[in-house]
Write a protein that binds this ligand. Structure first.
Ligand code: PRP
Length: 179
């Protein structure tokens, strides 16, 4: 029987942080007509949904899905990311904010920043709820950050372990014996 993951970031802490991030983003984009929020599937769907509903700047929601090669730890595939599903609309000349649940090694975001920059957005920024600096392999600039966390296995609020726990309302640490 798996134990409930130990809370690392509580529901209340998340709620406050999302409100704070939304206020900052609203202020920074006060002069733009429209902001394109690009959620990175699947993990970001809960954060994106809460963040977007807090924003007052007019926004459009897009999703993109990427996958790391199954065996990313191997030398050959280190850092390899591939596109599974693209955004639906052109982002040229648009203000784009990529919304992630977590920046871990940084490879996913490094890939997305290259991919989306090549399409000529008016601006491209990143908002991530979580960052694990101890795991950095590719340096990426984070414009809006929720929480810096240690190198532990986190689940909940969109994040999974083998597709479980995504709907847990808080960020929890999964014990080694439950993996
Ligand atoms: C997670 C997370 C990020 C990525 C970060 O996605 O949602 O997209 O990993 O890792 P990185 O910084 O090491 O590249 P995952 O591949 O687990 O897919 P999922 O969101 O569909 O669960």
């Amino acid at each position: 029987m798996a134990h409930p993951p130990a809370p690392l970031v509580t529901e209340e802490e998340i709620r406050h942080k999302v409100a704070e991030l939304a206020a900052t983003i609203d202020r920074d984009y006060a002069d733009v007509d429209s902001l394109v929020l690009v959620g990175v599937l699947k993990g970001s769907f809960v954060f994106l949904s809460d963040l977007a509903r807090r924003l007052t700047v007019p926004n459009r929601i897009e999703f993109i899905a990427v996958s790391s090669y199954g065996d990313r730890e191997s030398e050959e595939h280190l850092g390899s990311v591939r596109l599974l599903m693209d955004v639906r609309h052109d982002i040229a000349d648009e203000h784009v904010l990529v919304v992630e649940d977590i920046v871990d090694t940084g490879h996913t975001i490094a890939y997305l920043q290259r991919l989306l920059t090549a399409r000529g957005p008016a601006s491209l920024k990143l908002c991530t709820l979580l960052h694990k600096p101890d795991r950095t392999e590719a340096e990426v600039a984070i414009d809006y950050l929720g929480f810096t966390i240690p190198d532990v296995w986190v689940v909940g609020y969109g994040l999974d372990y083998a597709e479980r726990y995504r709907t847990l309302p808080y960020i929890g640490e999964l014990a080694a014996e439950d993996r």
